[in-house]
Design a protein around this ligand. Structure first.
Ligand SMILES: Nc1ncnc2c1ncn2[C@@H]1O[C@H](COP(=O)(O)OP(=O)(O)OP(=O)(O)O)[C@@H](O)[C@H]1O
Length: 243
């Protein structure tokens, strides 16, 4: 059966258990640096994110926002504390398990998109699905095309990443983050590199698509207008939430 004939069946309808806690951490502790440069970056930070909800993390430069996001995304390990994803504390999980959890549960959007330049938009969005291998190829292709349509790039699926504008590249990065239908989206300054118009487009897309898919979005931002449009704002200072 061709992918086109089978299109309706191949569009994955996500479950949308809005309100469920997708991500929770308790009392995370992290130091960075060595010797005299050693900094106590996170001081027993606790945080949670619910599906269908957008949380902004704000605070002055150096207060620990990115460090927290890296820990929540299992890109780094805390020295103490718990990180609960998928019903388990995975703070100290081994490398293979962390990679598997990231692929299945977490989508990342960074300030710089990190698309593979020699790949097309479609191929970039396919990558996480190919890595996870959960769906047959026809389903992966249809879902990738659906996501690129949803971010307004349906006509540019075969453009190389380098042949797209900065805003378009960031929209591909969003489609890629949503590819495996993660329950959690972590975004570090997702609009930091864009002009005002593209910032608004990218923020709207990120929140609309993630809400439709019932994801818990946590984004770090220095932009007060973006933060004000989130469902919840958490303010950090010196390695703790002060709200
Ligand atoms: N590798 C490192 N070694 C030592 N200190 C580090 C290291 N990486 C980060 N830090 C320090 O950890 C603290 C927290 O950094 P982090 O990047 O989490 O802050 P942030 O709130 O995200 O800042 P910004 O808003 O500027 O991105 C800062 O004081 C930073 O200087």
């Amino acid at each position: 059966m061709s992918a086109i004939n089978n299109k309706d069946n191949n569009i994955i309808q996500p479950e949308n258990p809005a309100g469920e806690v997708a991500l929770r951490c308790e009392k995370l502790v992290r130091h960075l640096g060595e010797g005299e440069a050693r900094v106590h970056v996170l001081r027993e930070v606790s945080f949670s994110a619910r599906r269908g909800s957008v949380t902004a993390i704000v605070g002055p430069s150096g207060c620990g926002k990115s460090t927290l996001l890296y820990l929540l995304g299992l890109l780094d390990r805390p020295e103490g504390g718990e990180i609960w994803i998928g019903g388990r504390d995975v703070a100290q999980a081994g490398d293979d398990e962390r990679t598997a959890i990231r692929n299945e549960h977490i989508g990342f959007v960074f300030q710089f998109h990190f698309l593979l330049p020699e790949f097309t938009a479609l191929e970039n969005v396919m990558l996480p699905m190919n890595r996870l291998g959960r769906w047959p190829m026809a389903k992966r292709l249809d879902w990738a095309r659906h996501l690129l349509d949803a971010v307004g790039l349906g006509a540019k699926t075969h453009r190389l990443a380098t042949q797209l504008s900065g805003g378009e590249q960031q929209r591909v990065a969003i489609a890629r983050a949503l590819a495996n239908q993660p329950s959690i989206i972590l975004a570090d300054e997702p609009t930091g590199n864009l002009d005002v118009k593209n910032s608004a487009i990218v923020f709207d897309l990120l929140t609309r698509l993630a809400k439709e898919n019932g994801q818990a979005i946590t984004l770090v931002t220095h932009n007060p207008e973006i933060a004000d449009r989130c469902d919840r704002i958490r303010t950090m200072r010196d390695g703790v939430f002060i709200d």
